[in-house]
Design a protein around this ligand. Structure first.
Ligand code: ZN
Length: 424
């Protein structure tokens, strides 16, 4: 998204509640074959699923937008996971990262982006990436996710660099352009769009904002307008509009079809599990792995949300008992989260800028023992009275998630005493 994109602006978004049938009729008349309604939190995701059930043209995309993750209640993510299985759901999102707005701690955004990526990898549903002023951060997380398995996703309303687009494509993603690409001043963005191979390109409205030229003055953007964006891009790339439209539609269908095929495969695998369980056989390795990840995530979630002292403790002897695949711990380059102007001026005035905050991440060599230790005055994470906690784990995922949670607590609690993660 460009710095001008107001998709998290405070003024109320225009809605389609009053004239949706007309909107969809105009979309059909403009040969728009698919309309994706995308969620930004649990309740809007639920509404998207309901819309998809009611209107044939509409598909649902469910997720929690990076700017909304701070507002997410306990249980919201579980609801997204549940909603992802609903009929009519074709993707997960919006997810991603945003350094432009200061609505959510960055580490929390990373945590949720990671959840969406993993959910995509277990469900086969593509993810929709919102990226604003943080191309390097987004690409780093995509690279990390790619190491776990293939990626299926879309860089939505893309405003990044040509190199970033090329890397996203290399990682398996599609790149989607919205109305901004048609604006007079967007020469650079059009040049970026010209570098994207047609079989990896998508067009979108990113409604309800930023109508494309020549309907830019219509404040509420709507699906029918995507044809203008397509025409602009086809012209700029010297492609016939019909070919461009056909190929981008095919791209969207290919993304969806792959997800549906994967889902069918998974449901037959789960059926096999159930049959096996009834017959007294063990579940398949894939479903065991999934259950394992779910369980760990639930544990981390409980820890992060719970008001009680942490359950993860430094138990004597546990270091040697457990063989671990985690080790090197380093501070990330991102030293402090972005702050709002009032926060900054407050800090200047009172000299109270919290010290010791940092983003943390864990990078994992293939072998070697690891113990995660942290110092944190946040009582949920400090297992001992002096504010230190530690965790011995063989799970790379748990270690990484834990590092994010420690950082998130540090950042969101604005406590000065947090030292982040310490190496073993
Ligand atoms: Zn977005």
């Amino acid at each position: 998204m460009s710095p001008r994109t107001p998709d998290a602006a405070p003024d109320p978004a225009p809605t389609f509640a009053d004239d949706l049938p007309d909107v969809l009729a105009r979309a059909s008349a403009a040969d728009v074959a698919h309309v994706n309604a995308i969620g930004v939190d649990a309740s809007s995701s639920r509404a998207c699923v309901e819309l998809a059930a009611k209107h044939e043209l509409v598909h649902a995309v469910v997720g929690i937008q990076p700017n909304d993750v701070a507002e997410a209640a306990a249980g919201d993510w579980d609801e997204i996971v549940k909603l992802a299985k609903s009929p009519g759901v074709v993707a997960l999102g919006e997810t991603g990262l945003d350094r432009y707005w200061d609505h959510s701690p960055f580490a929390l955004q990373q945590d949720y982006f990671d959840r969406h990526l993993r959910l995509s990898q277990t469900t086969g549903l593509p993810f929709v990436v919102h990226m604003r002023e943080c191309e390097a951060d987004v690409l780093a997380m995509l690279r990390e996710a790619r190491e776990r398995g293939p990626l299926r996703g879309v860089m939505h309303s893309y405003t990044g660099t040509a190199d970033g687009a090329a890397e996203a494509i290399e990682l398996g993603l599609y790149v989607s352009f919205a109305g901004m690409v048609s604006y007079k001043k967007s020469d650079e963005l059009r040049e970026v769009a010209a570098t994207v191979p047609l079989h990896r390109l998508l067009v979108e409205t990113d409604a309800p904002y930023l109508s494309p030229e020549p309907v830019r003055k219509i404040r509420r953007n709507e699906p029918a307008h995507v044809a203008h964006t397509a025409r602009c891009l086809a012209d700029h790339r010297s492609e016939a509009y019909e070919d461009f439209a056909r190929q981008t539609t095919q791209n969207a269908i290919a993304l969806r079809a792959a997800a549906e095929a994967e889902r069918r495969e998974q449901s037959s695998e789960l059926a096999a599990d159930r049959a096996n369980a009834e017959g007294g056989f063990a579940p398949t390795a894939a479903s065991r792995a999934r259950a394992d990840v779910d369980e760990r995530r639930a544990r981390i979630h409980r820890l992060a949300r719970s008001r009680k002292p942490a359950r993860i403790r430094n138990r004597p002897g546990s270091h040697t008992r457990i063989r671990v695949a985690v080790s090197r711990i380093r501070r990330s380059r991102q030293a402090t989260p972005r702050r709002s102007a009032p926060q900054r001026s407050n800090e200047r005035r009172h000299g109270s800028r919290p010290r010791g905050e940092m983003g943390s991440s864990v990078s994992l060599p293939p072998k070697g023992p690891a113990i995660l230790r942290w110092r944190c005055c946040h009582d949920e994470l400090a297992a001992r009275p002096n504010g230190t906690g530690s965790l011995v784990t063989r799970s790379a995922r748990l270690a990484r998630a834990m590092s994010r949670i420690v950082t998130t607590c540090a950042v969101s609690q604005r406590r000065a005493a947090v030292a982040g993660l310490l190496a073993p």
